[in-house]
Write a protein that binds this ligand. Structure first.
Ligand SMILES: *Cc1c(COP(=O)(O)O)cnc(C)c1O
Length: 374
């Protein structure tokens, strides 16, 4: 059996262990320390956002963003339906109602038309819409000009889920820098990883200080343990942050490598008329975290046929994410759209996309696909 080819696996740059070793030498084996501070400074510099809090996960960052916005029982939060469940779960943690919005076909992200429709209808029903969560799925920027204009018109905060979009840019500006809050993830499968981790970004210093406070059990300033707020244990460890500092040194390389993988698939599969790709509209720059293809539903080869053929050759692939409004756990919440995300789910496949794939790995993937579509 050939070696397993993974969808997206960790890719260390080489200096991570030095930062981790520093933590051991100085005994900063804790959820604070020089690596945490250094990693936050790296993220601020890279994204251009003034303040970053390094946290235990992207999910924790989303949860804290909603808490800081005062989201609670009876509130609505509008969320892109075509995403990973972690975008929506924190809405339910806050006892608020997720309202799901469909995607548009240019970027596969939140459709501005359905977004405005959802806001208008929910407001007309007397609901309080507290936040909008657009997602830059697979690294492709959402239509931020349109989404930001609607958010401004109705005075609703944007929590930008850039968990998959670190290193991407929209009209020259890094993702994560558009919302009142930006959210990053450093989970093991993301473009860079700290083994597990996330970050909350904001230009508002008081908000990020409050996030750090809530993330370390909300300990008030007193010699004993004194609490006036419910706290969370959401801070990033100084060990993980050391990995993050090393990874930041190679982030631009990782973006270039992932983009090269996507270009390779476009070049090698571009002549198969039943296969199409997500193209970058003018001004959109994707980190190509995952390379995705769509299969023409009229073709006899189906998405699942291809996934199984790859799997038989020890190659991991995955259907495009199943929309939240179709998930059993979210089925009873409101949804605005007309089936774009559902079609993407039914016809799309994520191909191996790691920055550490070799030329021969990529050849193996393409060979299986070409054989099936011959
Ligand atoms: C990975 C991911 C998250 C959650 O990040 P974790 O660090 O795994 O908690 C949130 N949203 C999207 C779109 C993601 O892909």
């Amino acid at each position: 059996m050939n070696d397993k080819i993974w969808l997206s696996s960790p890719h260390m740059g080489g200096t991570e262990q030095k930062y981790v070793n520093d933590a051991f030498v100085e005994n900063w084996i804790a959820p604070l320390g020089p690596n945490v501070n250094g990693f936050e400074a790296d993220l601020e510099k890279y994204t251009g956002v003034a303040h970053a809090a390094a946290l235990s996960s992207g999910t924790a960052a989303l949860h804290l963003a909603l808490i800081l916005l005062g989201v609670g029982e009876g509130d609505d939060v509008i969320c892109q339906s075509f995403t990973f469940s972690a975008s929506a779960n924190p809405i339910v943690y806050c006892n608020a109602t997720p309202v799901f919005v469909d995607s548009e076909s240019d970027t596969w992200n939140m459709c501005p038309i359905h977004l405005e429709e959802a806001i208008k209808e929910r407001l007309a029903q007397g609901r309080k819409v507290k936040a909008i969560i657009p997602v830059h799925l697979y690294g492709m920027p959402a239509k931020m000009d349109e989404i930001c204009a609607i958010a401004k018109k109705y005075d609703i905060a944007i929590v930008e889920d850039a968990a998959e979009g670190l290193g991407s840019k929209y009209k020259g500006k890094p993702l994560g820098a558009f919302g009142k809050f930006g959210v990053l993830s450093f989970n093991g499968n993301k473009i860079i990883t700290t083994s597990g981790g996330g970050a909350l970004l904001s230009d508002n210093m008081a908000d990020i200080e409050k996030a750090r406070f809530l993330a370390t059990q909300a300990r008030d300033n007193a010699p004993h343990y004194e609490h006036t707020h419910i706290g969370y244990n959401y801070r990033m460890s100084n060990i993980c942050a050391g990995i993050g500092r090393g990874q930041m040194e190679v982030l631009d390389d990782r973006v270039n490598q992932r983009r090269a993988v996507h270009n390779y698939y476009m070049k090698e599969l571009g002549d198969i008329s039943a296969i199409s790709f997500l193209l970058e509209p003018e001004g959109f720059y994707s980190n190509r975290w995952l390379s995705c293809i769509l299969i023409d539903p009229k073709h006899k080869v189906k998405r699942e046929d291809l996934r199984l053929a790859l799997n038989a050759e020890n190659i991991e692939s995955r259907p495009l994410w199943k929309p939240m409004h179709l998930q059993p756990v979210f089925m009873n919440y409101p949804y605005y759209g007309n089936g774009i995300a559902e079609t993407l789910f039914n016809t799309g496949l994520c191909l191996p996309s790691g920055s550490n794939l070799s030329e021969s790995d990529l050849e193996r993937v393409v060979t299986v696909i070409r054989r099936l579509f011959k």
